[in-house]
Design a protein around this ligand. Structure first.
Ligand SMILES: Nc1ncnc2c1ncn2[C@@H]1O[C@H](COP(=O)(O)OP(=O)(O)OP(=O)(O)O)[C@@H](O)[C@H]1O
Ligand code: SF4
Ligand SMILES: [Mg+2]
Length: 325
């Protein structure tokens, strides 16, 4: 059987700061197959972007991968030199971010950015051929009048158009993996839906392994096959999207779902999970969610729950959920 394009095993990442070592990612494992989409979900600060950047081999300089493996098409990128990583970035894995404006240098036209990538990553030296491929990449993401967009500077495009252009840049080199870190958060609701539709279509058409990062469970339902729920750097629940959203097992996932605003329920207040993320500089002997968990058992703060398959394909790390299942 062919290996999955993206496999992450027992990944642990620390940030070194003036105020101590932040243990941002704590033993995270997952895999994304060809044409599959996996959502990483969790509150702000839970470690989603850190995982996304690690997968791209682009962590900030104060971050250290303490342990684990990141296999991209079977190669552990943690063992590669910066030059070897540069080869893989763009060609085998690409990333799109929340703010499309920040993805572009304001001094270059969209066409210059695309043509350069096509030239350096795909080795297309002929100018006309590079332009042809760039225009194809722009029309593939549903941009009207690709010739005009090709000659435009980033500030001449709307937010939605610029995010489409960023997707065109990310996919022009035909990577097998796309990491999307909150790519719709800065767009209005209609544009969000359009970008999600576009990513779904491209994932199917190109057989992309899509790692989609979001704090929004509404978005998860629209785009993902599988969901990985992260709390304070640890995976607490994993399973098929319908299973996790309709029959959540972990109290944290349940609270996240309760916080999704429903248009049918009139309320003047947005719901939130009481309490805040724990201090990530510390270690916790028991369940890291225990101080915020309304369902905690006596042993929860003493003994860490194991991550186990509670139902076929549906995994959870919770003493109570496993006992109930
Ligand atoms: N460069 C850095 N130096 C020190 N700590 C960092 C750095 N980047 C992130 N962190 C810390 O690591 C933890 C995880 O951050 P991360 O950005 O991965 O979370 P996130 O889930 O992406 O949050 P958000 O939803 O707000 O984007 C947080 O406690 C954050 O403060
Ligand atoms: S292990 Fe205990 S504290 Fe942790 S989520 Fe489950 S019930 Fe709550
Ligand atoms: Mg983030």
């Amino acid at each position: 059987m062919q290996a999955k394009p993206l496999v992450v095993r027992d990944l642990t990442i620390h940030y070194y700061t003036l105020h101590g070592v932040v243990k941002a990612v704590r033993g995270v494992s997952f895999a994304v197959g060809r044409g599959e989409s996996l959502c990483l979900v969790g509150e702000s600060g839970s470690g989603k972007s850190t995982i996304g950047l690690a997968v791209l081999g682009a962590l900030p300089s104060n971050a250290r991968v303490v342990s684990g493996k990141i296999l991209i098409n079977g190669v552990n990128i943690l063992e590669l030199s910066e030059k070897e990583l540069e080869e893989i970035r763009g060609k085998e894995i690409s990333m799109i971010f929340q703010d499309p404006v920040a993805s572009f240098n304001p001094l270059f036209t969209i066409g210059q950015v695309l043509s350069d990538i096509i030239k350096y990553k795909l080795g297309v030296r002929d100018k006309n051929e590079a332009k042809k491929l760039a225009l194809k990449a722009l029309s593939e993401v549903g941009l009207p009048d690709p010739e005009r967009i090709y000659n435009s500077y980033p500030h001449e495009l709307s937010g939605g158009m610029l995010q489409r252009a960023a997707i065109a840049v990310a996919l022009a080199t035909r990577p097998s993996i796309l990491v999307a870190d909150e790519p719709t958060t800065m767009l209005d609701v209609t544009l969000q839906a359009q970008i999600l539709d576009l990513l779904q279509g491209l994932r199917r058409k190109l057989g992309l392994a899509l790692l989609f990062i979001t704090h929004n469970l509404g978005v998860v339902a629209a785009i993902c096959d599988k969901v990985l729920v992260i709390y304070a750097g640890s995976v607490v629940e994993y399973g098929p999207v319908d299973e996790v959203l309709l029959s959540p097992l972990h109290p944290y996932t349940k609270r996240l779902i309760e916080c999704v605003p429903r248009s049918s329920v009139k309320t003047s207040r947005l719901k939130y999970i009481p309490g805040s993320l724990p201090d990530l500089r510390k270690d916790y002997p028991g369940c890291i969610f225990a101080p915020r968990c309304s369902e905690a058992l006596e042993k929860c703060s003493r003994i860490a729950p194991k991550f186990v398959e509670a139902k076929p394909g549906h995994f959870v790390a919770c003493h109570k959920a496993v006992k109930a299942g």
